[in-house]
Design a protein around this ligand. Structure first.
Ligand code: LLP
Length: 456
């Protein structure tokens, strides 16, 4: 496996989603791995492990590639939104806001993080297939665009909105009926998906939403899935969406916005070969323009919602190696001080990753080991049969491409506290999420009085 390319000197500055390691990954004089100018083994010493590390320049480069490519390839107005489910924090909200991006949120938690992180309200889009009344109210009060996912959303909103004060700004989500090759759990565009209105129901919904007092339908949304390497499904999506846009406009809705969702894949291992951000944007932009021209439609305001390709390869996780178990002729387990609680993707989707020992990233690999987590679950394995140089307890291991869907999907299984996260830039590191303490995990436990006498 070719794992050296990501941090060879003078590496080609590829689209961030096509690199396994962050763009600033480099080697110091002793050939130790450095990211954002910070030596990774020093970060592990200073902040402890497991540690999430985010490279600021890589996040910024991804945001800029989306933004600049939209400007280059799409002749109408446009806005890339960061899908904050990939990794939601005040820091990331603030960072993507400073790059001019909007944000997609799916819960009250993500919404307040975006608002407090400085994303302008009009650049926030609120999703969800079962939004609570409180969530809808918060979104409505804050002038956030609300995605109608189902009839329940419509019925609840009607009760919440005060038409005399202001209307709700609505985007209609539908299932486009497009298949793509990705893990079954992360497909969303197929007809039996739980998200969005059935395409056959669209006409009725357009009619139902005509001339309503409580809201204004301003756009359409669809999302076909995640970690996608082909561009054809998105090209097809543009055609399906523009067709729906035409229908909606014919039925009297202004429908300025077309939001094509996210889904662009990233490189986790050297065999992954996703298209660049620029190419993805180019294909979608051309397809939307073509579909509109064909029908003589005014170009919509184009939105997309990338998550993984904004933050995925900017992140890595540092672990310290602990115990080892050799099963002669079968397997060697090397255990790290984290695992499925900080990265549930391998156990959930059988995802593969790339890892190196941070102080000898280019050393010859001379054993095949299975990197096991520390949780009480046999399936808690981060990398199966992976080549590493001989390693010993105390060595620091970096697992790459963990910026997306790791921290945001982390848990406290086995009452293991969540890792700290730091951001690195130009030789400086700053904590952006403090390490959870074991005591923090008792925060919400309540012991009724009648049990108190048993407590020391
Ligand atoms: N928009 C909507 C409506 C979505 O549901 C998603 C992801 C996105 C945008 C962003 O997609 P992205 O650009 O990140 O592919 N936990 C899974 C991924 C679930 C994706 C859910 N929706 C994983 O770890 O692979």
């Amino acid at each position: 496996m070719d794992i050296s390319t990501p941090f060879e000197e003078n590496q080609d500055q590829l689209s961030p989603n096509r690199n396994i390691a962050p763009l600033t990954a480099a080697l110091d004089k002793e050939k130790r791995l450095v990211v954002g100018g910070c030596r990774l083994s020093k970060l592990a010493e200073d902040y402890g492990t497991p540690l999430y590390v985010i490279d600021e320049l890589t996040v910024r480069a991804s945001c800029r590639e989306y933004r600049d490519s939209l400007i280059k390839y799409y002749p109408g107005d446009s806005l890339p939104l960061y899908a904050s489910k990939a990794n939601s924090s005040l820091l990331l909200s603030s960072l993507v806001a400073s790059e001019g991006m909007g944000i997609d949120v799916v819960s009250e938690g993500e919404l307040i993080t975006a608002l407090k992180g400085g994303i302008p309200n009009h650049k926030i889009v609120f999703h969800g297939n079962n939004k609570s009344k409180d969530e809808l109210l918060l979104a409505y009060k804050n002038d956030v665009k609300i995605v109608l996912d189902n009839q329940f959303d419509i019925d609840q909103l009607k009760e919440i909105v005060e038409p005399d004060v202001k209307k709700a700004r609505l985007i209609l989500r539908f299932t486009p009926g497009i298949e793509c090759h990705t893990h079954e759990y992360i497909k969303t565009g197929h007809i039996d998906s739980k998200f969005g209105f059935d395409p056959d129901a669209l006409n009725d919904i357009f009619i139902q939403l005509k001339d309503i007092e409580w809201g204004e339908l301003v756009g359409l949304h669809a999302h076909i899935g995640s970690q996608i390497f082909e561009v054809e499904p998105h090209r097809d999506l543009a055609e399906v969406m523009v067709k729906a846009l035409q229908k909606g406009r014919e039925l009297g809705h202004s429908l300025e916005i077309l939001n094509v969702g996210g889904g662009l894949g990233i490189r986790y291992t050297s065999s992954d070969d996703p298209p660049s951000i620029a190419h993805w944007v180019e294909v979608i932009s051309n397809a939307v323009v073509e579909a509109c021209n064909k029908r003589s439609l005014k170009l919509p305001f184009l939105m997309c919602e990338p998550g993984r390709s904004i933050v995925g390869t900017s992140g890595l996780t540092l672990y310290r190696i602990g115990s080892r178990k050799e099963i002669p002729g079968l397997k060697t387990y090397v255990a790290i001080d984290g695992g499925m609680s900080d990265n549930p993707r391998p156990i959930t989707y059988q995802s593969s990753y790339t890892a190196v020992l941070v102080d000898k990233p280019l050393a010859k690999t001379n054993e095949i080991v299975t990197i096991a987590g520390k949780h009480c679950e046999s399936g808690d394995v981060l990398l199966n049969d992976f080549p590493l140089p001989i390693c010993s307890s105390g060595d620091v291991l970096a697992v790459f491409s963990t910026g997306a869907y790791n921290s945001s999907m982390s848990s406290n299984y086995n009452r293991i506290p969540k890792p700290a996260a730091v951001i690195v830039l130009e030789k400086t590191s700053e904590v952006i999420q403090r390490r959870e303490l074991p005591e923090d995990l008792l925060r919400n436990d309540i012991l009724p009085d009648r049990f108190m006498e048993n407590v020391r």
